[in-house]
Ligand binder design. Sequence first.
Ligand code: GLN
Length: 484
Amino acid sequence: MNDLTDLTIAESLAKLKAKEISPVELTQAYIKKLDENHKYNAYITLTAEKALQDAHEAEKRYANNTNRSLEGVPLGIKDLFCTKDIKTTACSHILDNFIPQYESTVTQNLLDNGALFLGKLNMDEFAMGGSNETSYFGPVVNPWSKETPLVAGGSSGGSAAAVAAKMCAAATATDTGGSIREPSAFCGVTGIKPTYGRCSRYGIVAFASSLDQAGPICKDVTDCALLLNCMAGYDAKDSTSSKREVPDFSSFIGMDIKGLKIGIPAEYRPDGLNKEVASYWDKAAKILEDCGAEIIHINLPHTKYALPTYYVIAPAEASSNLARYDGVRYGLRVDGNGLDEQYINTRTAGFGAEVKRRILIGTYVLSAGYYDAYYLKAQKVRRLIKNDFDEAFKKCDLILTPTSPVEPFAIGDTKMLENPINMYLNDVFTVSVNLAGLPAMSLPIGLSQHGLPLGMQLIGRAFDEGTIFKAAYHLERGANFVRM
Ligand code: GLN
């Protein structure tokens, strides 16, 4: 092993426990990678010095055998998670000087398990976007880019790029409509959005509260299980967090999938679907079949309404959540003549174009006279989408789909930027999962003819991440994707 950053978390932990490597060495190796790769713009804030201090503490714990489950593992944290005394910006100008006085539950759980934080990762502003181009700090560059700089996917582009380029052992991320899965697919890494309620949302800057969920982005499936074990769990500070027992996700790794029923939804395969994406989808089904799973054809009839439903509900909740940024209590303040003008000046200067667009759409669909036509209708369709999944899961145990209909595209792609709907269309395979509150993982399946990563998505029943881990492990082995 010439570079410690090539190791997965599972491999690193084995070597740390055997005292073949030290947490300080491991942390230094990641800091070196991070320094070499500033060009990707993955990190917004670095906490490398603190990470090194913590690595020394971790070293002591290994020496006296009080090491915890992620002792000395260097992570990157999406800049949507509040980190005590460390700047947390949501990649927005309105919060670019915000230093939280408290720690999010998910990051606290990771710290309690001995993880170290290398810094805060770039993302789309308030997690609104699919390409990490709406960040106040500029786009993240996909480490797989050839001549033209490509997008890393969004909104957790910094998380996915940092894991791909080995600038951290793994990263935290969040997913409201695909933000863990899409960047994972674009950067050739593995990410899971758990069931809504699995991870506490306490201390995560809110985008759309009924859809937001935290999860890990990692080098492989096994690491996702290890990390999710430490992130998940009931939290009294989030009334939507679940009291369901969190199983040991790692125990599903390597389990047999004979007889497991995998559903392929007809509605996810329109005639115009990208040929390569379609053929990798077939390949993934074949891999699972060869491992003993049974492929069955299912229907999710309301799929065509998923995008419009999501793009009503998510902006509606966003417009309400973002009302708190008024320049009065914290964040940016731009003074004006009286309070109203101060609000206007602050929000005009503080929010970027995409965030303003969402606030406008959200305010519109919630306003008297339009509420019934848009918001209420969207809520009803959301139920129908959920019912589709309930019906499908009577026939199958998992659903297999591509993660994204496209491969990573160029930063500044005019087609995507001149009409925001073109960007929204990329979320076609991911948003229904959030509307239904289900768990789903994206893992790399292979490279396109341009040498760019493509991802596959496995969707499970609510609170059945275990079955996803079971099948994903076999799919990963069959795909034999070579990490960067
Ligand atoms: N691309 C989607 C959006 O812009 C999803 C974002 C997310 O999951 N945070 O809303």
